[in-house]
Design a protein around this ligand. Structure first.
Ligand SMILES: [Zn+2]
Length: 420
């Protein structure tokens, strides 16, 4: 934070340092590009004293399978798995994790294993003379830079296409999309001429870019005005996104769409169905509600289904963002004007409670679907609405002004970055 301000308030010297850093990065990148070998699943590099085999975890690989292939015994594999688990490595991720096996010579047994579960962490296992495996975790130092990209929607464009054209990485675009999806409807609110920008982190190690970090600030000229969001860490360490004024920018879902409604049946993977008689999962939560009780949308989104099936009766399904959908069942009727494709606000009435479908009496059956899977609405971790107290708000506003100054500077000076 301070660094931004100092940087902004001063100083030609800092700018020179940053320009030099950019230059060094380009040189480093050039070196990396010209010297990197073609990628292969497994490569063995022999040097004078040790022999190293690097394995990139492929889909279907298991730790024991990979260790066994390297000649480790059943007992050794169990011991290694236990040591790794103790150090936070319990599973392998295909196409992401790497394991290095080191030997004294080509034919010697493996005496050192390096598991690389992220570019920022290495877990080293070394076999001592007595045959026991010792563990050492190394955190790779990273330097994080904030970079800025901006673009404009063209005729017939989608936000995604315009974002790609602006050079925003796909993963960052996905994050931006998720953030803005609580505020706007990307299918209906996007028009030619709208401008957008994003400030996000790039992580470097030894001068080379490794990956992207967080979205720090977003701006979008939406139909209802400019939407801005800033990532901010409160004094208690919790992180959230806030609008220009410091109000929580993420509009979360409501766990109980009808205020004060009593839960009459909870989420479970097995229960005896009251009508069918046999045991089956209850993929939602039931709330007591008299016939005709208005049902509000749990969050802003778009209606993706409105119809009838024998189980749910009259139901509405709403998509809220890239991850979350909600479903409301057993309605006596739908609200006027709520159709497939309708954009709804949080709290907007979408229908009325009833007992249609497989139901023993009037109630609201409510489901939250996260990434295509049913989750317990009462316990699922939801994006929280963060509101700032006076002290944090003051801090936020100061931070936001400095960040805005940084953004203004970067908008004029492409290929530069700031360090926060
Ligand atoms: Zn139910």
């Amino acid at each position: 934070m301070k660094k931004v301000k100092e940087y902004l308030n001063t100083s030609i010297l800092t700018k020179i340092v940053i320009a030099l850093a950019v230059l060094l990065t380009l040189v480093a990148l050039f070196l990396v590009i010209t010297h990197s070998a073609p990628v292969s699943d497994q490569k063995t590099v022999a040097s004078s004293d040790t022999c190293k085999t690097v394995v990139v975890v492929a889909s279907g690989d298991t730790l024991s399978g990979l260790l066994s292939k390297q000649g480790l015994t059943h007992n050794q594999i169990n011991e290694i798995a236990a040591v790794l688990k103790k150090n936070g490595v319990s599973g392998l991720r295909a196409n992401r994790d790497k394991i290095e096996f080191l030997r004294e010579t080509d034919s010697a047994p493996v005496n050192k294993i390096v598991v690389i579960p992220s570019p920022w962490r290495q877990v080293e296992l070394t076999c001592d003379d007595a045959g026991a495996w010792k563990c050492n975790t190394i955190n790779v130092e990273r330097d994080t830079r904030a970079v800025y990209k901006s673009g404009v929607i063209l005729d017939g464009d989608s936000f995604y296409l315009a974002g790609q054209r602006a050079g925003i990485p796909a993963a960052i675009l996905a994050d931006v999309y998720d953030l803005l999806a609580f505020e706007m409807d990307f299918e209906r609110d996007v028009r030619a001429g709208q401008k957008f920008s994003v400030l996000y982190e790039e992580n470097f190690s030894s001068g080379a870019k490794v990956d992207n970090g967080h979205v720090l600030a977003v701006s979008f000229d939406a139909l209802r005005g400019n939407v801005k969001m800033y990532r901010f860490k409160k004094s208690d360490g919790s992180i959230g996104y806030y609008d220009e004024k410091g109000n929580g920018a993420i509009k979360s879902l409501k766990r109980t769409p009808i205020n004060n409604a009593k839960v009459t049946s909870s989420f479970t993977t097995r229960r005896k169905h009251p009508v069918l008689g046999f045991t089956r999962a209850h993929k939602g939560v039931d709330f007591r509600a008299a016939t005709g009780t208005p049902i509000p949308a749990a969050g802003a989104g778009r209606v993706v289904k409105r119809g009838y099936n024998s189980g749910h009766g009259n139901f509405v399904r709403i998509r809220h963002n890239g991850s979350f959908e909600t479903l409301y069942a057993h309605m006596s009727k739908f609200a006027k004007g709520v159709n497939v494709g309708t954009a709804v606000k949080q709290g907007q009435i979408i229908g009325y409670a009833g007992s249609t479908g497989l139901s023993t009496g009037p109630h609201l059956h409510y489901e939250i679907i996260k990434d295509g899977k049913h989750v317990n609405p009462l316990t699922v971790k939801l994006p929280a609405i963060n509101n700032l107290d006076t002290k944090n708000k003051e801090k936020f506003l100061e931070y936001r002004r400095a960040l805005d100054d940084g953004i203004d500077y970067l908008a004029e000076h492409h290929n530069m970055f700031i360090v926060l």
